[in-house]
Design a binder for this molecule. Structure first.
Ligand code: NAG
Ligand code: NAG
Ligand code: NAG
Ligand code: NAG
Ligand code: NAG
Ligand code: NAG
Length: 401
């Protein structure tokens, strides 16, 4: 019987002979593919007022969103999520514009890779969209903002919000980051909850993002920390949209929050991801923020539907992967039938009961179909992958002897 040690040695030797992918790079298996007709599987629609952000919207159920045309699939097969731009609220002092807020019914944590490809993000005076996440309690369990902006801003701020003690390294320490460091302290009580912000330098948000054809935001959470990349439409790595993305080859990150300056085990719990669009409220509507890119008074804009023609997401896909293991082959040696995916591994996608949203919000269930993506997904565990690999090793050894 082979010991683990000698088996590892044998596997290493064979990796040099067979067309395995670089053995040292972790591999990733897709666990959720939100795309096309399956986009809204595994999301909950939050139904109600925007209590904590005080936005002038009323979030709708999935059925109401469909009826009001706030969610749809366009002719390109992309998902549209938008603010109502047909209802007039003129003369109605209690008007709240219909909008959408959706939360994943699963959580992500260390070991997960998230990809978000969009061709348009909402913008316009009074508009405040975000693609973000939070843990069960705020700010105790952390908040991650991958994409957030307000009004006519054209730059995107990636940021974290936490309890006291989590930081982004000081300016100059991580010169390899392509984003611009704006603030280092993630503590929610520093600078009015500004967060630790790295700004995407070019076309990351708003009109600039849309006119450049959009792009992809990627987030990798592993034991080393949180790494973010933004790729403009023409610069997306070839492997990124495949079933075998390899972040190790994606070059310098846009933003990097290392474990050494933020203990993610302490400041972050598994995160629920959220897509929402609100209006005005305590960010976009703050007079000193609003006046940076827009004129007049935020609330005066809400009743007029034509102000919201650009207030929509057009999303190609959102994909969630989980890290399997650095030694799992991503190229199948000829003649063997290795599975293309696995559900085991170091990543943990926790599929939780579809009843409670972040912030303790009551949510309605959005499940409309199968839980797993339309792409081929094998339920074999990592152990099974490794077992097949060992069989292949045995075969090669026999062949060589
Ligand atoms: C005013 O707006 C509220 C909230 O959007 C809505 O429920 C109500 O029906 C509107 N009233 C009229 C008269 O349109
Ligand atoms: C920061 O979080 C604490 C709870 O830990 C809360 O009481 C406080 O209001 C928050 N501050 C800001 C500016 O959000
Ligand atoms: C985490 O991901 C980064 C970026 O790809 C990589 O440099 C680092 O080695 C990874 N850490 C681990 C523990 O896999
Ligand atoms: C609403 O916005 C969409 C784009 O999101 C646009 O096609 C449409 O013409 C706008 N106006 C109305 C009345 O629907
Ligand atoms: C692969 O799994 C083993 C056992 O869990 C672990 O020690 C090793 O660090 C993993 N390698 C990578 C690259 O994740
Ligand atoms: C608003 O925030 C508080 C404090 O974090 C939280 O307890 C509550 O559930 C939140 N409510 C909603 C509707 O988001």
């Amino acid at each position: 019987m082979l010991s683990t040690l000698s088996l590892a040695g044998v596997a290493l030797g064979v990796a040099n002979l067979l067309p395995f992918a670089a053995a040292q790079d972790p591999t990733y298996s897709m666990v959720f593919n939100h795309q096309g007709a399956n986009f809204f599987n595994n999301w909950n629609f939050y139904d109600g007022w925007d209590v904590n952000n005080t936005g002038t919207v009323e979030f709708q159920t999935q059925d109401a969103s469909q009826q009001l045309g706030l969610i749809s699939l366009n002719s390109a097969g992309n998902t549209i999520i938008k603010v109502d731009n047909t209802t007039s609220g003129v003369g109605n002092a209690s008007f709240l514009r219909p909008s959408v807020k959706i939360l994943t019914d699963y959580t992500l944590s260390s070991g997960n890779l998230l990809l978000f490809d969009a061709v348009h993000m909402p913008f316009g005076c009074s508009v405040w969209p975000a693609f973000w996440s939070q843990g069960p309690a705020w700010p105790d369990d952390g908040e991650i903002d991958i994409m957030e902006g307000v009004n006519l801003q054209v730059k995107n701020d990636i940021s974290l919000h936490t309890l006291d003690g989590c930081k982004h390294p000081d300016a100059g320490v991580q010169a390899f980051e392509t984003g611009n460091l704006v603030s280092t302290d993630c503590f929610n009580q520093t600078d009015f909850n500004q967060g630790c912000i790295v700004e995407v330098a070019t076309a990351g948000y708003g009109a600039d993002f849309a006119s450049a054809g959009g792009g992809v935001y990627a987030m990798l959470w592993n034991d080393t920390g949180l790494t973010f990349w933004f790729f403009q439409r023409g610069s997306i790595p070839a492997d990124l949209p495949t079933t075998n993305p390899n972040p190790a080859g994606w070059g310098n990150p846009t933003a990097y929050y290392p474990q050494s300056s933020c203990d993610f085990n302490t400041f972050f719990k598994p995160q629920t991801f959220i897509i929402d669009i609100t209006l005005c409220g305590n960010f976009a509507g703050q007079p000193n923020v609003f006046s940076q890119t827009c004129s007049g008074t935020c609330l005066d804009l809400v009743p007029i539907p034509t102000n919201f023609d650009d207030a929509y997401f057009e999303i190609s896909y959102m994909r969630v992967f989980q890290q399997t293991n650095g030694s799992a082959p991503s190229t199948t040696p000829a003649g063997t039938a290795l599975p293309t995916g696995g559900s085991g591994g170091v990543g943990t996608v926790t599929v939780t009961a579809a009843s409670s949203g972040a912030n303790g919000e009551s949510t309605t269930t959005a499940k409309t179909g199968a839980a797993l993506p339309s792409m081929s997904f094998s339920a074999l565990t990592l152990g099974a992958c490794l077992l097949l690999e060992i069989v292949a090793v045995g075969f090669v050894q026999g062949f060589r002897l």
